[in-house]
Design a binder for this molecule. Structure first.
Ligand SMILES: [Zn+2]
Length: 93
């Protein structure tokens, strides 16, 4: 399922994109910086788990990987690492 596709849980959206970004950057008054950092790492870990690699063998017998999250569309599978994982890897280097 792609992030921009019609999601069945779309009505469960509780934050806008900008609110989500602000939540990551702004330290709440009742939370320590350490607690806030731990929550951000936990959120990042959830994204990485969602976008884990999914192995498959192509018609030539080659072992390849798709992104588990970005591959539910049979026509447009996304090679692993997908753009989400690439962006995370870039920031962690
Ligand atoms: Zn992905």
């Amino acid at each position: 399922m792609r992030c921009d596709s019609n999601r069945p849980d779309r009505d469960r959206l509780i934050m806008t994109h900008d609110e989500l970004l602000a939540k990551l950057w702004i330290l709440p008054v009742n939370v320590t910086e350490l607690q806030h950092g731990a929550k951000a790492v936990q959120a990042l870990r959830a994204v990485v788990e969602l976008h884990k690699s999914y192995p498959y063998t192509n018609y030539r017998g080659e072992q390849l990987h798709f992104c588990n999250h970005c591959m539910d569309d049979e026509i447009n599978n996304t090679d692993y690492p997908c753009l989400t994982i690439q962006a995370i890897e870039k920031e962690l280097m």
